[in-house]
Design a binder for this molecule. Structure first.
Ligand SMILES: [Zn+2]
Ligand SMILES: [Zn+2]
Length: 520
């Protein structure tokens, strides 16, 4: 006999109810009433349960479809900031000033840093894009600027449009074709059904480094694509793992180019990683650099101070014979297909683009050989530095950027090292800024408004600043047990569904095809 809790969970999944809801305490400043709201886990976009993943996938499909064959420039004029947003930014400015005063006085700034981080999250949650401080990367750009050569590609004059060309057929109909592009990485050794034929000669280090820097390669590809296309190319792309565990990219591109041009761009695109060498292991196991409050990390035997991140980069700059740590390129397999809007091909490509979004990057291996392959890659990734701040730099005798005590090589918590990420720590879905008129939040709002309208409920205008939200701690006596919460949500959903069915029946009777189409 099935266990009761399994039945509850299965029922929740069948009804599209989040099975891992996050409890949030909502304090209503108007009424003084505080209650607990079940937020679906998928609200964070990193859905952890099947119903939320499915819902997010549907949203992504809508977003992909909306922008692909756009016929007019998307309007992306941001709204004027509202009072609450202004208030938050002022508050943020005060916190920054206090923090800087503390720092100048040599006092600890931890509390302010924490408050600032929380404010930044709140500012984004209030509907402000980006970061208040803008990009906070260091000004250092010497070593990369000097050596990232421009690829050998034709450069066309840029026109200020994000739309592709329109073609006229002899019978006077116009077409606006777009492209569906698939890019893969190079080979690291022969594979059979995703598993290396000869694991000993398979180049795991190159596979690991390619995956770690794959996002950068995508950025460069887009830059080059725009240069050759001669307009502001927009894209919706997803990253997924091939069976051999190398990331690859599916990209819906607005507008079209010849396949030969796309091939040429892919072939000419590369990214050089100008990082210190990490080919010689200097510290390992129990023999690790030691922390000194003043100097940072020291050699445990000689007491010599290890070069800091900036010093290591300076050494690299000073050496005329220096080579990049790594160069990432695409493999030879480039697939580019012309797609017309509203055709079965377009539907199929959109399904394909969103196919893997409900699954994690690293899939369960189906054989012992595949598991061994994944384990070997994960072991190499464990010690590859993922970013300048990665503790793994200590293994190669360099102090990580922003070094602090307690860093241990092989124990970096960065996403890229995790077995389910396999070196790719970037986002799964990459959408250019002028893809459509809407952000994902706005797509969500669309659906919400429609459902509320259908139910005959008026959407309350967002009463900004009315509620204060805080996380509910595990064991809070006000938080009902998870199964009780699931049963309530299921009941709610069933009631909602019954109501929708009634509306549907009424709509069918009236032949409101527009409504029915949207409901489907
Ligand atoms: Zn969920
Ligand atoms: Zn790392």
């Amino acid at each position: 006999m099935p266990l009761a809790h399994e039945v509850v969970e299965a029922l929740a999944i069948d009804n599209g109810v989040c099975i891992r809801p996050v409890g949030l305490r909502r304090m209503d400043l108007k009424t003084g009433i505080s209650d607990i709201i079940n937020a679906p886990c998928g609200a964070t976009l990193e859905a952890k349960c099947p119903p939320c993943a499915k819902r997010n996938r549907a949203l992504r499909k809508a977003q992909c479809r909306e922008g692909w064959h756009l016929t007019a420039e998307p309007a992306i004029t941001p709204d004027e900031p509202n009072d609450y947003q202004r208030h938050l930014v002022e508050w943020r400015a005060d916190a920054q000033a206090l923090r800087d005063q503390c720092e100048a006085a040599g006092l600890p700034t931890d509390d302010y840093d924490q408050a600032i981080a929380e404010l930044d999250v709140e500012i984004n949650a209030a509907g402000v894009r980006g970061n208040v401080l803008g990009r906070t990367t260091s000004k250092r750009s010497r070593s990369t600027r000097r050596r990232q050569d421009a690829p050998d590609l034709p450069k066309r004059a840029m026109t200020a449009t994000t739309l592709g060309r329109t073609y006229e057929s002899p019978d006077g109909r116009s077409y606006r074709p777009s492209m569906f592009i698939t890019l893969t990485l190079d080979t690291y050794g022969r594979v059979n059904a995703g598993v290396p034929v000869d694991p000993a000669s398979y180049d795991y280090v190159r596979a690991a480094r390619d995956a770690l820097h794959f996002s950068k390669l995508i950025d460069r590809f887009v830059q080059n694509l725009r240069r050759v296309a001669g307009y502001d190319v927009q894209y919706f792309a997803t990253v997924e793992m091939q069976k051999r565990l190398a990331p690859h990219l599916h990209m819906a591109m607005r507008g079209s180019m010849s396949r030969a041009d796309i091939r040429a761009v892919a072939a000419a695109t590369y990214h050089q990683v100008w990082w210190p060498s990490c080919d010689t292991v200097r510290f390992d196991g129990g023999h690790l650099p030691v922390w000194d409050e003043k100097a940072g990390y020291l050699d445990p035997d000689s007491g010599e101070i290890l070069p800091t991140w900036d010093e290591a980069l300076d050494q690299l700059d000073a050496n005329p014979d220096a080579q990049p740590l790594h160069v990432v390129r695409f493999g030879r397999q480039v697939d580019a297909q012309g797609i017309l809007s509203g055709t079965p091909d377009a539907d199929q490509a959109i399904r394909y683009l969103s196919k893997y979004l409900t699954k994690s990057l690293g899939q369960a291996a189906d054989s012992q050989a595949a598991r061994d392959h994944a384990a070997r890659l994960a072991e190499v990734l464990r010690y590859e530095p993922c970013t300048p701040t990665c503790p793994n730099w200590l293994r190669y005798g360099v102090q990580p950027k922003d070094a602090k005590p307690g860093m241990i090589p092989g124990r970096c918590r960065g996403k890229a090292h995790r077995p389910e990420h396999l070196g790719y720590g970037g986002r799964r879905v990459l959408v250019s800024r002028k893809w459509s008129n809407k952000t994902l939040t706005e797509h969500k709002a669309d659906r919400r408004t429609w459902v509320l309208e259908a139910l005959g409920v008026t959407d309350e205008p967002a009463d900004i600043g009315r509620y204060v939200w805080s996380p509910v701690k595990a064991g809070d006596p006000d938080l009902p047990p998870i199964r009780v919460r699931l049963l309530r949500s299921i009941r709610e959903r069933l009631r909602w569904r019954a109501h929708m069915n009634q509306l549907q029946a009424a709509a069918d009777g009236l032949d409101l095809s527009a409504t029915a189409g949207r409901a489907a």
